[in-house]
Design a protein around this ligand. Structure first.
Ligand SMILES: O=C(O)CNC(=O)[C@H](CS)NC(=O)CCC(=O)C(=O)O
Length: 325
């Protein structure tokens, strides 16, 4: 595993009293100034502040559940050692199969061995865990072999506190000829899950391709989310073009932190993922990013950052609900 990276604190627009300039309110001593200043360098210090460190993981899952679990375990211990309160693991942190039949065979119920092992990691490290996407047996699994792509939240006692089942399934024909048909083997979820209260704030749950549906993110914001999560196994075709842009766009428009844990590299001869696990702040800045291979990155989420962005631009209130169709 690579050395862990801790983000530098997010820079933030210089905090000045607003003053009225004709009919505009201008922030800053110079109206044309677009200086950004790191709040840490403003001597604010961290005394009296509760550290709220979050960790996002990047890994290369294979079919070997035990090997994948060992990677997750190592990353959790590193994250806990660095003082993180919660670790976000990517989609398919349980395993990645090379066929629907293989994935179905390895799918488990939420009270299976896999969940017991993740629960033990949460308990032993004292971390909250986001299991970004695991293969959960559907209600008729014995007959139809179908499973959900489920995002599970465990608290630091190892208890399951929330489950979201991926709503948007990735059926796509990609440039270069690759075709993916997630709906052929995965059952779609039926509902949005209420944001979960965690020590970091309220976490809104999504999975991978859900990132492309802004109304889901917006709905989660309206439901109280402060942190949006898009655990992913993004394709190597769409990743370079869309991954960071979409994550930052969701952060900016919802004024939430966005955590993008990610699969990276080659999982088997027919499947590879893009990677670039990152964390963006509510201003849309990337405040932490993983390196190559199995890695974690850590960022501090300071409530005042979110409050300042939301106070400055009242996008929730400015919606034109009166003309929405
Ligand atoms: O296959 C599994 O076991 C789990 N499912 C996935 O990894 C899914 C479906 S193949 N991947 C995505 O949603 C990638 C989306 C993407 O790459 C994009 O939106 O561009």
């Amino acid at each position: 595993m690579q050395a862990l990276k801790t983000s530098k604190m997010s820079e933030w627009p210089k905090r000045n009293k607003g003053r009225v300039c004709k009919d505009r309110v201008v922030s800053g001593d110079d109206a044309s100034e677009t200086t950004y200043q790191n709040e840490d360098s403003m001597g604010s210090g961290r005394e009296g502040r509760q550290a709220t460190l979050v960790a996002a993981a990047q890994m290369t899952s294979t079919l070997d559940k035990y090997h994948n679990m060992a990677i997750c375990d190592r990353m959790a211990r590193r994250a806990a050692h660095r003082g993180a309160l919660m670790l976000f693991l990517p989609e398919c942190c349980d395993f990645i199969g090379s066929s629907a039949a293989e994935s179905s065979f390895h799918a488990e119920d939420l009270d299976g061995e896999l969940m017991k092992a993740f629960s033990k990691i949460a308990r032993e490290t004292g971390l909250w865990l986001s299991l970004g996407g695991i293969h959960e047996r559907g209600p008729n699994w014995k007959i139809d072999k179908r499973y959900y792509n489920s995002h599970v939240i465990l608290n630091s006692d190892g208890q399951l506190v929330s489950v979201y089942r991926k709503l948007h399934l990735f059926d796509a024909d990609l440039p270069g000829g690759e075709s993916l048909r997630e709906s052929e083997f995965t059952l779609p979820g039926k509902s949005i899950t209420d944001p979960v209260s965690t020590p970091l704030g309220k976490v809104g749950l999504a999975v991978c391709y859900d990132l492309r549906f802004p109304h889901l993110s917006w709905k989660l914001r309206e439901m109280g989310a402060e942190i949006l999560t898009f655990p992913a196994a993004f394709s190597t075709t769409t990743g370079p073009a869309h991954w960071e842009v979409l994550l930052r766009a969701r952060a900016i428009e919802t004024q939430c932190w966005v955590v993008g844990a990610a699969q990276i590299g080659r999982h088997n001869p027919c499947r590879a993922s893009y990677g670039d696990a990152l964390i963006a702040d509510p201003w849309g800045r990337v405040i932490a990013r993983c390196g190559d291979g199995d890695d974690i990155c850590i960022a501090e989420l300071r409530p005042e950052t979110l409050h300042r962005v939301r106070r400055g631009m009242l996008v929730l209130q400015h919606q034109r609900k009166d003309i929405d169709s």
